[in-house]
Design a binder for this molecule. Structure first.
Ligand code: PLP
Length: 290
């Protein structure tokens, strides 16, 4: 399959952050379509501060050996050698992630050069199409990782969808000008307008903590959901993981969602983006760079 074709197989699924083999097995058991292997989940990266880098390849290999579902791992933005190492380790996907510290403040990785598919974050359509133009096989919202606050993911998804609807209503002449405005390659914008969706699989990420959050992102047009800190910082990870998987399947059925949402124990406490990021007590990962 092509790299974009591989990513299509994740559609309708949940991808969970895991920090060890035990969590990876819980995620697989709960029905995750893939796991993201990382030493520290975003909430802990926030807590710890310092430079956040690619995880130890030994830890990633243990997880690859322990589960049968695809394993993703994160490299720093622009760090093509971390990406080369992750590809050599045998990960199934690489997330070029703003959750880690940026390694290059001007350039993202040239992703066409790799055999392994990449997923990248975006806040709007222009950013999504720039990443696809660099070779990303899958897109996700940036959201605000590690907060348990879904507000930024909602904003990014609504922004992308509104831009797509705008593009879909435009004449060719208008599309050339719009491509210039949003700094997107014309051919990818044209293709997006024709499809009325991104030309690659598009997931929600950043702040999803409950089944309702996951279903909300699906109703807003996402193809699936990444859940980071929300599962393994909650009271009952196995139960919450299963509930979020079910919520993504039944995202349009409020009766099912009501059942799914019962008795999940404590959700992650969370950090309000509005209170903490905007007062400078927390860094906005989504706003790193411009
Ligand atoms: N993501 C992060 C974390 C960034 O810092 C930047 C810009 O430097 C971007 C995305 C946006 O890059 P571009 O303007 O090429 O889309």
């Amino acid at each position: 399959a092509t790299k974009a074709g591989l990513a299509q197989m994740l559609k309708g699924g949940v991808i969970m952050d895991v920090m060890n083999v035990e969590q990876a097995k819980i995620a697989e058991e709960a029905g995750a379509v893939a796991v993201m292997a990382l030493e520290r989940i975003p909430a802990n990266i926030r807590r710890d501060g310092g430079v956040a880098r690619m995880s130890d390849p030994a830890m990633i290999k243990e997880i690859i050996e322990a589960v049968s579902i695809p394993v993703m791992a994160k490299c720093r933005i622009g760090h093509s050698v971390e990406a080369q190492i992750l590809q050599a380790v045998g990960v199934d996907y690489i997330d070029e992630s703003e959750v880690l510290t940026m390694a290059d403040d001007k350039h993202h990785i040239g992703k066409h050069a790799f055999k392994v598919p990449f997923v990248c974050g975006c806040k709007n359509l222009g950013e999504a199409l720039r990443r696809i133009s660099e070779g990303a096989a899958m897109i996700r919202t940036k959201g605000e990782a590690g907060t348990g606050d879904v507000v930024e993911a909602v904003k990014h998804q609504r922004t992308v969808m509104a831009d797509i609807r705008k593009a879909a209503s435009m004449s060719d002449d208008e599309l050339y000008a719009f491509a210039k405005d949003i700094q997107a390659p014309y051919h990818l914008l044209k293709e997006t307008a024709r499809l009325k969706r991104l030309p690659v699989v598009s997931f929600a990420a950043g702040g999803v903590a409950t089944p309702a959050d996951a279903a909300l992102m699906m109703q807003l047009g996402c193809d699936g959901v990444f859940v980071g800190s929300g599962i393994f910082l909650s009271g009952d990870p196995a139960k919450r993981a299963r509930a979020i998987v079910q919520a993504v399947t039944h995202y349009n059925n409020p009766d099912m969602l009501a059942q799914i949402s019962e008795n999940l124990g404590e959700a992650m406490v969370g950090i309000s983006v509005k209170d903490e990021v905007k007062t400078g007590r927390q860094t906005s990962y989504a706003d790193r760079g411009h």
